[in-house]
Ligand binder design. Structure first.
Ligand code: AMP
Ligand code: MG
Length: 364
């Protein structure tokens, strides 16, 4: 049995950098903070390190990894792009990097097929976390880094989450505090014909991408009419319906009172993650009540969603988890939040029974 070692990035920045770089040079994966979620990083040129990442996460080899680079000058080692793709990338990366925007384009020969999961494309992003950036600069090579959690489970937003996830493994975790954003990057495909598609929504929105491209007079257009819409299931590997899932059955709580109450489940065994205190009066009936954004701040809710799901699944005696997020609420992170809630709950929905003592799963 191995053991988790936690290094503080804040108290001992240089020592922690040295330790991370040494491990990476030895082909060992390390868990690093990013602004989105914690990543499990390994050299993109070391096949042993890449295999260890898949092995530790129990991630299927069909699910590609994102390569993290220091800045846009590193991208030409990875992308086999044409003039239009490159121009589009340069404008967007110039605006959003370092930051939570991942680009997917055709890969140059020589980019690991394991990282790409056999696909002709590779995904690249430049993280904003100062610690991760220093590691990249010192290491001098791209780092493949998926989220540092077991495949399909909730993404980690603190070093403690990572340590719990990989308890018993020989892994170094670098603690840079809680992640600022709290959900994964927006993944953007730039096609050869210059058209665009959002493969995974994140906190950089299609509107912001459009605005940036308009500013530079780019001709890039969305591939589908519905701008920035999420691609059909299966079009991007790793975008299965069930993802970010807690260990207890999770439901998205929707408005309405169901007619058939036969399948009711007790709120006494349920933890509810609420938004803007909407269901505060159920507090005394519920096993647990978590209100990550009592004032309705989308930023707070985004930062706290994954942590709240972890807290909910760890609550003693929990049998079900409900997550409430208003159906029509629009804002910078709302589409990305809906996506994460839908996947955490595998698309299941539920409504409160009239008595408000239990909830009922509903067909959608
Ligand atoms: P994560 O587990 O947060 O690192 O997410 C990785 C996600 O990025 C995958 O699940 C895909 O949705 C996307 N991705 C990574 N590489 C590619 C690729 N080569 N082509 C398309 N999507 C990719
Ligand atoms: Mg992940």
């Amino acid at each position: 049995m191995g053991k988790i070692q936690i290094f503080s990035c804040e108290k001992h920045f240089q020592e922690a950098i040295d330790a991370a770089v040494l491990r990476l040079k030895n082909g060992k994966p390390v868990a690093l903070p990013t602004e989105t979620v914690y990543g499990l990083a390994g050299s993109c040129e070391n096949s042993n390190a890449i295999e260890s990442i898949f092995f530790l996460k129990k991630r299927p080899l069909s699910d590609p990894l994102i390569v993290h680079v220091f800045d846009k000058s590193w991208a030409c080692d990875f992308f086999d792009w044409n003039k239009d793709q490159k121009a589009c990338f340069m404008s967007l990366a110039g605006t959003f990097w370092p930051g939570p925007l991942t680009f997917v384009m055709e890969a140059r020969a020589g980019v690991s097929e394991v990282i790409r999961a056999g696909s002709p494309t590779v995904a690249l992003r430049s993280p904003a976390s100062a610690f991760f950036r220093e590691v990249l600069q010192r290491f001098g090579r791209g780092l493949a880094a998926p989220s540092a959690n077991m495949f399909g489970h909730i993404s980690p937003t603190t070093a403690r989450d990572v340590a719990e996830e990989f308890a018993g493994e020989d892994l170094a975790v670098f603690d840079g505090g809680a992640c600022q954003v709290g959900i994964e990057s927006t993944v953007l495909r730039i096609f050869r014909d210059g058209s665009l598609q959002v493969l995974r929504p994140g906190c950089i929105t299609p509107a912001e991408i459009e605005e940036c491209l308009e500013r530079v007079g780019s001709k890039a257009v969305w591939r589908k009419k519905t701008s920035g819409s999420i691609v059909a299931a299966g079009a991007s590997p790793g975008q299965e319906l069930t993802h970010y899932a807690p260990r207890s059955p999770t439901f998205s709580l929707v408005e309405g009172t169901p007619r058939d109450e036969a399948e009711g489940r007790s709120l006494e065994k349920t933890v509810l993650i609420d938004f803007a205190s909407r269901h505060q009066k159920l507090r005394t009936t519920l096993l647990g009540y978590i209100d990550p954004a009592p004032l309705g701040s989308l930023r707070c809710f985004t930062q706290e969603l994954f942590g709240s799901l972890r807290k909910a699944e760890k609550t003693k005696g929990v049998q079900s988890i409900l997550v409430y997020f208003p159906k029509d609420l629009k804002g910078q992170w709302s589409d990305a939040l809906r996506d994460r809630i839908r996947r955490s709950s595998s698309g299941r929905q539920a409504q409160l029974a009239e008595s408000e003592a239990f909830f009922i799963p509903v067909q959608v």
